[in-house]
Ligand binder design. Sequence first.
Ligand code: PEP
Ligand code: MG
Length: 314
Amino acid sequence: ERAARAAAPVGPGLLSDGTHIPLLANLGNADGAAKAAALGAEGVGLFRTEFLFLDATSAPSVGAQQVEYERMLREFAGKKVVVRALDAGADKPLAFLNDADEENPALGMRGLRSLRAAEGILRDQLTALANADAATDADLWVMAPMVATVEETRYFVDLAHSLGLKTAGIMVEIPAVALLADRVLACADFASIGTNDLTQYTLAADRMLGSVASYQDPWHPAVLRLVGATGAAGAALGKPIGVCGEAAADPLLAVVLVGLGATSLSMSASALADVRSSLAGYSLEQARQLAAIALAADGAASARAATAAAASTF
Ligand code: PEP
Ligand code: MG
């Protein structure tokens, strides 16, 4: 019985064969950091910085940002913390970054696109992060949201490195970069897959629109193939591949993501215990077998059902 094989409620993410899959927390501010650490988060896999500034009418100063970043980094001394550059636009507009009146904001000026158009804001944020990094003991990684091209990857990673940040990568949220993962990872230190947007863009279904909500299912084998392509490129190049979308919080899908090559998983802290228990029930080889079963399905529902059926026989 899977529950009987479950790991202790708080501890590292471990497969049954001892493979370590760090389980990290998604945070939107420093307030949740202590609770996440208490629930066993081994670090932070996604710090959504835009949530700090939703009410700001002007761009936050380097100093004001540094205070917030230091507050959060202090909770994770010695641990990995992945901070995302402002992902403004679409569902999370920021007054000081987004002024366009767009008909399709999910396909418009958001994420790295807006930051690049207002490069001073990006530089200030990366400078604040570099200062906070120097003042604290966490292992700080930075990443860009909504990256579509190799050229954008190189731009962000080079800028972050030039400002003193050691580890810089991108989010894989657009199918184009998943399909070019080998090229993208050649110029990035890591990637983190955002399955929420990756699903939205793969199925061409607005994640904010209730009438198309049924498409927003990361079990869809088309999404899983893109995850697999990214995982394979990461393995070939020796680059870490995280998953930080909602998919990582689904205990069985988490196993499939590991089978597809995810090397860490990040989720809301409340999901950590169930995912930890689930991972403990499978070896890496079994996770790969389940991934192959999910990939071979022709839709999200059949992928989920076939994987659950196979998992129950292990
Ligand atoms: C994602 O798209 O999966 C993601 C983690 O980013 P957000 O949900 O903030 O867009
Ligand atoms: Mg996203």
